[in-house]
Design a protein around this ligand. Structure first.
Ligand code: F6R
Length: 366
């Protein structure tokens, strides 16, 4: 059932184009090109009353939430906070009937996330669940549900569940923006076209993984690996770092690149691998500056950039290019090489990739 792949994780990485296609199927009205969420029972009145959105989740789903925060704020201008469920549930978050709480969970059974859902409903907030499992506790208890349609995810390390959650957020952001009449037809068209191109762009990227395998083998004996980025790239860096540590057991950290000089730079030594994401046009030059800072301390830098961004060549030791897309959509493309790098690093180290030590696929206890 691994379909010729050595591990479920690799199979699931390669399933992403298909999974994303499923996530978006039926979500676009063919005539108007508008995003359609027939399963949501929201009225324009309700949506217009929301003055705050919380996204609550754990682990990789939390990382998808960070992208969701960016996308929803960008598209709707509603303030969004993202919180780790185990933190959210034990403080007194300010939520009421004018708050939308979005809980994100692949399994739909994570104890802390489920508790956050119940607490939010108790104080009258509307709860939207984004989950992959039909009939899960979150799918049953949330007021509304978006199913990510990723198909079963067996590997403990989440890959296709993450990208389908991220895509769900883009669709949701566009949908709410439409309801609030805040998105121009022109931008919506660009966004929809961009989204529709993603599956084949991922496929394209997956045809060239040899270089990444070689790179993975080169970092396998490192003490520590750093992931840097700004904005959406920082959110993707967090996910890349979690993937690497959870299956290869190599220590890794993700940093907002601008934070380096506030402490982390002290950890960079001769030969320390740094994976620097530089896909965001608005902060591209700033990222190059940060790359120079780590290079000057001896780091070995792998740059992840958008095709056509040739300048980065002069700054890094190797480059991984992702296909060009809207700045907002890059996470769907840039996370894939990071998944591949962690897979091949763990493989080179002979780790139990699909079942990393100490971890469970579904965390139903606190
Ligand atoms: C990491 C991973 C975990 C889960 C987290 C939440 O690869 O899979 O961090 O994302 O345990 O699980 P769900 O999404 O089922 O609530």
């Amino acid at each position: 059932e691994k379909n010729g792949f050595d591990h479920f994780m690799l199979k699931e990485i390669f399933e992403q184009p298909n999974a994303l296609q499923k996530t978006m199927t039926g979500r676009f009205d063919e005539e108007s090109n508008k995003v359609d969420f027939q399963e949501l029972d929201w009225t324009a009145d309700k949506v217009n009353n929301w003055n705050k959105i919380y996204i609550v989740a754990c682990g990789t789903a939390y990382h998808a939430g960070l992208i969701g925060q960016n996308a929803i704020e960008e598209l709707t201008r509603i303030p969004v906070s993202v919180e780790i469920a185990s933190e959210f549930r034990y403080r007194r978050p300010i939520i009421d009937e004018n708050t939308l709480v979005i809980v994100v969970s692949q399994s739909g059974e994570t104890a802390d996330t489920l508790a956050a859902l119940r607490q939010s409903q108790k104080v009258g907030a509307e709860v939207l669940g984004i989950t992959n499992v039909v009939g899960s506790s979150i799918a049953r208890e949330a007021d509304n549900v978006i199913l990510t349609m990723a198909g079963p995810e067996i590997a403990v390390a989440s890959t296709k569940a993450y990208t389908t959650q991220v895509l769900s957020f883009y669709l949701l952001g566009a949908y709410v923006a439409q309801m609030k009449e805040m998105i121009s037809d022109e931008y919506r068209e660009q966004l929809v076209k961009g989204i529709q191109a993603i599956p084949s762009q991922i496929e394209e990227g997956l045809e060239h993984t040899k270089g990444l395998q070689w790179y993975a083998e080169s970092i396998k004996d490192s003490k520590s690996v750093f992931f840097l980025g700004r904005g959406l790239d920082h959110a993707v860096a967090l996910e890349g770092s979690l993937k690497l540590k959870e299956i290869s057991y190599i220590h890794s950290e993700a940093y907002a690149a601008g934070e380096l000089k506030h402490g982390t730079l002290a950890l960079i030594e001769e030969g320390t691998p740094v994976i620097a994401l530089a896909t965001q046009d608005e902060v591209y030059e700033k990222m190059l500056g940060n790359i120079e800072e780590v290079k000057a301390r001896g780091a070995q830098v792998m740059g992840v950039a958008t095709e056509g961004n040739m300048k980065i060549y002069q700054y890094v030791d190797e480059t991984c290019y992702i296909p060009a897309t809207l700045s907002l959509l890059t996470p769907l493309l840039s996370v894939v090489p990071l998944q591949i790098i962690s897979y091949y690093t763990a493989l080179a180290l002979g780790k139990d990739i699909d079942k990393p030590r100490n971890l469970a696929k579904s965390v139903t206890v606190e």
